[in-house]
Design a protein around this ligand. Structure first.
Ligand SMILES: [Mn+2]
Length: 368
């Protein structure tokens, strides 16, 4: 039995809206079509998608849904295809069930499905919010909930068939990309029943084996979603289950993301950057380890097409210490700025901004 294991497509992602917005739809589409070709050539028996196919769970783009449906239909023509919901997935995808496409299965709650030669168990993302109204510690409650399903799946294991679990969850012992900020470990590696032949995981964007017994992998995302993932292998996995389990990496075509790091924005460093960017065709983040400069930031973003993000890291951040914040009013901060930049006009400029601020406050106060 041969399986294509893929996840975390994030179709419809727009990156770096805060500095330079880049639409990743075409890049994602190409990576997914590459995977469709792999599934076809390798004659896979199953396509398992471990969640987060779409980026926006509340308001997905129509063109993203169009790419997604096109790819899903292609996969389902090759082999039975199972989509397990992740935390990003739009609940509206449930409506696809109405088409009753024979080979397309949308899984939004824990379930076990038995086919001729395989028992498939599914653990979609557990919505943390659902546990918040319960008096007990919601995290403990959620873990209990997930563990109770693992127990149920354990009972459904059939030693005369292949047994596969597909889950969208954060396992203890891995790190997420910088996109997802709060790391909440949902499951312990030890709680997975050893009777499974393979555990197909989604949620973490970096490809890695996380379980030894049973064998379990995060297949990772097909493209590098953000700079935290620039060193990851990107792609999917081909899993063969016979007397033993063989896992092969599939690499997907995608744009390279790279951080260019400098101590400061001295002229010699900026020249060095220029020559490095000449031979670089991906998306670049430029990181300076010194005090921020808006001018430098603006200049680099405008001058180089490949630069999508310019960041400054001072010693405080490097050592993981919160920068001490002086408690200053907006006007005081503006005065400091004007004093440095336009010392001759300090009083006049502050007076104008004070007046404007008063007007804004008044109009806000009179609004409903
Ligand atoms: Mn996820």
């Amino acid at each position: 039995m041969k399986i294509l294991h893929t996840s975390d497509w994030h179709v419809g992602l727009q990156s770096w809206a805060g500095s330079k917005a880049v639409d990743r739809l075409e890049e994602t589409r190409q990576a997914l079509h590459f995977l469709v070709d792999v599934a076809e050539k390798e004659r896979v028996d199953l396509v398992l998608i471990a969640g987060d196919v779409i980026h926006s769970r509340v308001n997905p783009r129509i063109d993203a849904l169009s790419v997604l449906s096109e790819v899903m239909v292609k996969f389902s023509r090759i082999a039975p295809t199972f989509l397990v919901f992740g935390n990003h997935d739009w609940q509206g995808l449930n409506s696809w069930k109405n088409f009753q496409l024979k080979n397309l299965h949308i899984i939004e709650r824990p379930a076990t499905i038995e086919l001729d030669d395989v028992v498939l168990s599914f653990l979609p993302h557990a919505d943390y919010q659902r546990f918040l109204d319960i008096k007990k510690d919601p995290v403990a409650r959620m873990r209990e909930f997930l563990d109770s399903y693992l127990d149920e799946f354990r009972r459904r294991i059939n030693p005369s068939k292949a047994n596969v679990l597909v889950a969208h969850a954060m396992l203890e012992g891995c790190f997420e990309s910088e996109r997802e900020n709060a790391i909440l470990y949902e499951l312990k590696p030890g709680s997975f029943p050893t009777g499974f032949d393979y555990v197909a995981l989604g949620h973490v964007h970096s490809q890695m084996q996380i379980l030894q017994q049973p064998i379990g992998w995060y297949c990772g995302s097909p493209i590098a979603l953000d700079f935290g993932e620039e060193k990851d292998v990107k792609g999917a996995l081909l899993v063969e289950i016979s007397e033993r389990i063989i896992v092969r990496r599939v690499r997907t075509p995608h744009v390279t993301l790279k951080t260019f790091e400098y101590e400061d924005y001295s002229l010699s460093n900026l020249n060095k950057l220029e020559s490095e960017l000449e031979n670089f065709s991906g998306y670049a983040r430029v990181l300076f380890r010194c005090v921020p400069s808006n001018e430098v930031r603006k200049h680099l973003l405008e001058r180089y097409e490949s630069v999508v993000k310019v960041e400054f890291e001072t010693g405080w951040q490097q050592h993981g210490v919160d920068r001490p914040v002086e408690k200053k009013s907006l006007i005081e901060m503006y005065r400091d700025y004007v004093r440095r930049k336009y010392p001759d006009f300090e009083e006049d400029m502050v007076r104008v901004v004070e007046q404007l601020l008063r007007e804004v406050e008044q109009s806000e106060a009179t609004q409903d």
